[in-house]
Design a protein around this ligand. Structure first.
Ligand SMILES: Cc1cc2nc3c(=O)[nH]c(=O)nc-3n(C[C@H](O)[C@H](O)[C@H](O)COP(=O)(O)O)c2cc1C
Length: 399
């Protein structure tokens, strides 16, 4: 079945595809601008889904529950992290095996709830903007509401859905990859216009949403909420250049640190250039899995234990859902046992000093921010705060 997003060609196209909207980064006192004064942005990738990123049965505290994620958020905020983030996925029964079993809190709801228990940290919800479909008027109103509740700290990770099975759950066949970005572009134009326009506003997309004399008030405090997307494709990078403040990048070549530092410089430069081309600026954020212990030997022992406990039900499950995501197509080692058991887009392993050295190298490769995942989130985040963060400050990575 076709996605119910396509209207007949509009008779009165009201859109200006070259329009550049204001960003909270244009306002010096916005939470985003404050965070961007840090040499490296620091984020935490919350495990609101069972197993976080790691398909391993080695015992740990990590759980998807709200109370656990709330406690992590408060710890991250007290450690001075700039942002927290939660992913969104729609998996059929069984998910990706016994560990990554698909149990998950909704990202939009969870991060929205966390706005009111925090005071400084930015919170990024993932929203599949084409599912439903959401109307841009809904999302503009929800976004303006969360912007006011959070004091400009809330943002949206705009995703279009790469798994065929997810689109099918919503009742249609997966929309073609680049077409999804065209539809998302129209939604973003309509949504951002509603955040900006001071009069009733009508919009006629070429392919999708319509607005007729629509209005949203209050307006967001700093132009609009923070916008993020994750991509590695040409269409997604062009979209990011036009609309995003932050782009989640992956290592184009592979999941190890060596792969990442070699392949990232050209990639991050390309992503940033896409924004420069339209008179904007984006920051790149990478999400490593950090396996750190006081010594290199202990860190590798921890790593090896995670890998030894790889979820044996997951190899079959991993290929279970067809994905057309291009961002990690070049990662030949993605299916290895270590990549599955530890997870994350790349793995950083070592002593606190070695982890900071790797951060420094990633920054030199054009990575503006690090969004960290851990295996056993609560104790590993505490260890990171005690042992790694002070070294980041000494190295000039954090103020
Ligand atoms: C850090 C990170 C977080 C992501 N979070 C989500 C998510 O929550 N939901 C989702 O459907 N896709 C998520 N993705 C996948 C992206 O939405 C996208 O499908 C992928 O990066 C491929 O995009 P591309 O085909 O334009 O390269 C994430 C990717 C990265 C790197």
């Amino acid at each position: 079945m076709d996605a119910p997003l396509t209207f007949a060609a509009a008779d009165s196209p009201a859109r200006d595809p070259a329009r550049v909207f204001p960003s909270p980064a244009d306002f010096p006192d916005s939470p985003l601008s404050r965070a961007l004064r840090q040499p490296v942005l620091l984020g935490l990738f919350l495990p609101i889904q069972a197993g976080g990123w790691s398909s391993s049965t080695l015992p740990r505290s990590t759980t998807w529950t709200f109370e656990y994620n709330k406690a992590l958020t408060l710890t991250a905020e007290s450690l001075g992290f700039d942002l927290i983030f939660g992913l969104s996925q729609w998996l059929p029964k069984g998910g990706y095996g016994e560990v990554l079993n698909g149990q998950a809190l909704d990202s939009f709801m969870t991060l929205a709830a966390l706005t009111s228990v925090t005071s400084r940290i930015m919170l990024i919800s993932t929203v599949h903007v084409l599912y439903g479909p959401w109307h841009p008027l809904h999302l503009a109103k929800f976004g303006a509401t969360l912007d006011h509740i959070s004091g400009g700290r809330w943002g949206m990770n705009v995703v279009t859905g790469h798994r065929a099975v997810e689109h099918e759950m919503f009742g249609w066949s997966r929309i073609e990859h680049d077409r999804r970005y065209e539809l998302a572009t129209e939604l973003l134009e309509a949504m951002q216009s509603l955040w900006t326009e001071t009069e009733n506003y009508s919009y006629a997309g070429q392919a999708s949403w319509r607005l007729n004399e629509a209005f949203v008030t209050p307006k967001p405090l700093y132009g609009r909420p923070i916008l993020v997307n994750a991509t590695g494709s040409a269409a997604g990078i062009a979209f990011a250049g036009q609309h995003s403040d932050i782009v989640f990048v992956t290592s184009p070549a592979g999941t190890t640190f060596d792969h990442a530092v070699r392949s990232l410089p050209a990639h991050t430069a390309r992503v940033k250039q896409a924004a420069i081309d339209v008179g904007r600026r984006v920051r790149t954020l990478l999400n490593p899995m950090v396996i750190c212990r006081d010594t290199e030997r202990e860190a590798w022992a921890y790593h090896d234990a995670i890998v030894d406990h790889v979820d044996r039900s997951s190899p079959a499950a991993f290929g279970r859902f067809d994905s057309d995501a291009q961002a990690w197509k070049g990662q030949e080692d993605r299916g290895t046992t270590a990549a599955r058991a530890v997870g994350g887009n790349i793995r950083l392993i070592g002593s606190p000093e070695q982890i900071v050295d790797q951060f420094i190298a990633l920054r030199a490769a054009g990575v503006d921010g690090l969004q960290l995942s851990f295996y056993d989130f609560a104790p590993d985040l505490a260890h990171f705060g005690d042992r790694v963060l002070p070294l980041m400050k000494q190295a000039g990575l954090r103020l």
